[in-house]
Unconditional design. Structure first.
Length: 582
């Protein structure tokens, strides 16, 4: 099943989607490069991939299907497991007595067709579809899983044996038996899998007077997930303690633990924190997907000059790169992305972390343990004797860790770390407050990144115009002008365009996208250390003076980067303001 270049050119011309001159120019370039005409037109932006697929389907005589027009039964969808469907972009949507119709992005993927045919024992009929249809169908997997999980939990909750009211008088042996009770095991397993499917970052299990409330944090926002009977509380907490290897009969003191879980699509580590409250023990579990690979700076939200400044700093063999921001602002993910860029066979990378959030190949990762006196400072002191080229310190929390990190940078190491400040410029006064001498900071710091996370808008977002008076309520004219200039410099808006011409977007909630948002991306400010900034660090060292100078040198602040991303339709202005004013 192959489309000849002549047929493709003829049908693209007949479609009227691309001007004839553009097609002729692309045909010349395709012949020079030895590439397909369709690929050249897609790379130039003259034709979308989906439009090209429709044309190819028409030429080949393969039916083209729009999966949004189908309500795919769960049993048919399940014939192809979700990880395979996602990896190979192939969806089962219609079944007859001896055949199965599958929608694909690549009808020439014969290996996938053959494998599914063997698995199902059916004749596979391949159909072409587009990326939106595949995305829509993949969401159906999540919906069917959510329904299935809800059924399991409601069924199993009715089977729980009430041994003692609230579990208050239970012995360790009783709790252990409860933790091994089949309904409790199924409820906890389902809760965890449900959270993974939902893309949650945290699970909160909160005992209340007459029920147990379960909440998931998804894209930074807490959502009520379900309520369970009060009788389930003791068994659920006991089960989580067993998984985390914690003391079952200790209910008066906080406890911390960790366990892992594997699904078909993910390997997830759960970091567990249990805290006594008035109505019982509250449990919070942080979900950590155990891979730090696959991210890029661009995927995290860096662009233009910001990306260049970071790459320049990463090419240095000594110095400190700092990521600043509050808890939950994605600092660790940014650090791991930088480590992934630096992770080459010719360098030795060592880390000291609390906790180890992602596991990386070829990186020597060490977990601190303050209970036995193994702190960041002690760990860092030992790390420098391990002949590292690059050191990652999870967080600079105190003067001793700061001093050791500075010394490591001075003695020929590249050091990456995080610090809790509200802005990039605020990191310098914070380090000076810790007792670090300004002249040492001048010698070692290469770049400081400040960041927050904002939710990304879904496809069905609603465009609207923002006039000058409405803009004034969001940010100053100067901040909008700087964001607009960044769009112009990166050729995202056409030369000659005006700010008034750029649409902004509101979220549009839908069945697939409940809040109108899905996923998160960073807004950043990247402060590179220039001679003028070094001079301010030595004399003034106030965050205001540092930020003013950095802005003069072209630094986009977080609010300006947020406006830039809102103007691109990546997020909304409301989301930017929520993130920068928190």
């Amino acid at each position: 099943m192959h489309v000849s270049e002549g047929e493709l050119k003829e049908f693209i011309t007949d479609s009227g989607l691309v001007a004839k001159k553009e097609i002729d120019d692309a045909a010349v370039e395709a012949a020079k490069r030895g590439q397909s005409l369709g690929d050249i037109l897609v790379s130039r932006g003259s034709l979308t991939e989906d439009a090209l697929r429709r044309i190819q389907a028409y030429v080949l005589g393969i039916p083209f299907v729009n999966l949004k027009e189908y309500k795919i039964p769960t049993d048919i969808l399940a014939l192809i497991p979700e990880p395979i469907a996602r990896t190979h972009n192939i969806i089962a949507y219609k079944k007859d007595a001896g055949s199965l119709e599958v929608a694909m992005l690549d009808a020439e993927d014969l290996a996938s067709i053959e494998a599914i045919g063997k698995k199902t024992g059916l004749k596979i009929l391949a159909r072409l579809t587009d990326t939106e249809s595949i995305k829509y169908a993949l969401l159906q997997y999540q919906k069917s899983l959510k329904d299935e999980f809800g059924d399991i939990i409601s069924t199993e909750a009715g089977k729980i044996r009430v041994i003692a009211e609230g579990g208050k008088d239970l012995s360790g042996d009783d709790l252990k038996k409860m933790a091994e009770d089949l309904p409790i095991v199924r409820i906890v397993d389902t809760l965890l899998r449900h959270a993974i499917v939902q893309g949650a970052s945290d699970i909160h299990i909160e005992p209340q007077e007459d029920q147990v409330l379960v909440r998931y944090r998804i894209d930074g926002i807490l959502h009520d997930a379900m309520t369970l009977p009060k009788a389930a509380a003791a068994g659920i907490i006991a089960r989580i303690k067993v998984l985390s290897n914690l003391k079952l009969d200790e209910k008066r003191l906080p406890q911390d633990g960790r366990f892992k879980m594997e699904t078909e699509a993910d390997r997830v580590s759960f970091r567990v924190s249990i805290l006594p409250t008035f109505f019982g023990e509250k449990t919070v579990m942080r979900l950590l997907r155990e891979t730090g690979e696959g991210f890029t700076l661009e995927a995290l939200g860096f662009h233009g000059e910001n990306t260049e400044r970071i790459h320049h700093a990463l090419k240095q063999t000594t110095g400190i790169i700092l990521i600043s921001g509050p808890t939950g602002s994605g600092k660790t993910t940014t650090l791991y992305t930088m480590l992934d860029i630096l992770n080459r066979p010719d360098v030795n990378i060592s880390t000291i972390e609390d906790p180890i959030e992602y596991q990386m190949k070829r990186v020597n990762q060490t977990q601190v343990n303050p209970q036995i006196g193994f702190t960041f400072a002690n760990g860092l002191r030992s790390l420098v004797r391990q002949d590292p080229d690059i050191i990652m310190v999870g967080e600079i929390r105190d003067s001793e860790t700061a001093s050791l990190a500075i010394n490591a940078a001075l003695t020929g190491h590249l050091v990456l770390s995080t610090i809790h400040t509200n802005s990039a410029a605020g990191a310098i006064p914070r380090l000076i407050d810790m007792g670090v001498e300004p002249f040492l900071l001048v010698s070692t710091i290469r770049v400081i990144v400040g960041q927050r996370l904002v939710r990304k808008l879904c496809e069905g977002k609603e465009a609207y115009a923002l006039d000058a008076s409405a803009r004034a309520k969001v940010a100053s004219d100067a901040e909008f002008a700087i964001a607009f200039n960044a769009l112009t410099d990166e050729k995202i808006v056409k030369a000659g365009s005006k700010l008034n011409d750029i649409p902004f977007y509101h979220p549009a909630p839908s069945a697939e996208c409940e809040d109108g948002y899905k996923g998160r991306i960073g807004i950043h400010e990247v402060l590179a250390i220039s001679p003028a900034i070094r001079d301010i660090m030595l004399h003034a060292s106030t965050s205001e003076a540092l930020e003013d100078q950095a802005k003069k040198e072209g630094m986009l602040t977080m609010i300006e980067d947020g406006l830039y991303k809102a103007a691109r339709g990546i997020t909304s202005l409301e989301e930017v303001l929520r993130a920068v004013t928190e």
